[in-house]
Design a protein around this ligand. Structure first.
Ligand code: 4NP
Length: 161
């Protein structure tokens, strides 16, 4: 498999997309694909740039053996649209913000992450920022299913390359 680049995108880059990144890195490690897929995350807004993930996200992820503490929030940049092969939004608002900023030749890279877990009946990952801790566990359940679906997709599509 040639190196494939995946960028997870949410609003603030402190809850959903860093969690997706951490889960993805763990699954890739488990599957022996860590050197085949490059993963990062970013936000459509700059509210929290430079901050580590939300403590609630870090705690929920740590309970699943995923360490988010080294991540720092950043905003999506113009270079990301060229660099990444898959640019995966957590919700429709994030997707619309990406579509508005993306050069036309790269719009085919933009998708909703939950497309990779079609059986769950969720097309968006709900924003847990203003809710309680249970929301963070629910988010991780959705992200884990989608990330596993994404890894299977990458394995099938890119195995021969
Ligand atoms: P995220 O969650 O997009 O999953 O990182 C949020 C983080 C911050 C804010 C909203 C959502 N905020 O309004 O600051």
């Amino acid at each position: 498999m040639a190196v494939v680049r995946v960028l997870f995108v949410c609003l603030g880059n402190i809850c959903r997309s860093p969690s997706a990144q951490g889960l993805m890195e763990k699954v890739l490690e488990e599957e022996g694909l860590a050197d085949r897929v490059e993963v990062d995350s970013a936000g459509t807004h700059a509210f929290h740039v430079g901050e580590p993930p939300d403590p609630r996200a870090q705690e929920a992820a740590a309970r699943r053996g995923v360490d988010l503490s080294g991540q720092r929030a950043r905003r999506v940049t113009a270079v990301d649209f060229a660099r990444y092969d898959y640019i995966l939004a957590m919700d429709r608002e994030n997707l619309a913000a990406l579509e508005a900023a993306c050069p036309p030749e790269h719009v085919g890279k933009l998708r909703l992450l939950m497309e990779f877990a079609p059986d769950l009946g969720f097309d968006e990952v709900p924003d847990p920022y203003y809710g309680g801790p249970a929301g963070f566990d629910r988010v991780l359940d959705l992200l884990e299913a989608a990330v596993r679906g994404l890894v299977e997709h990458l394995r099938r599509l890119h195995a021969a390359a």
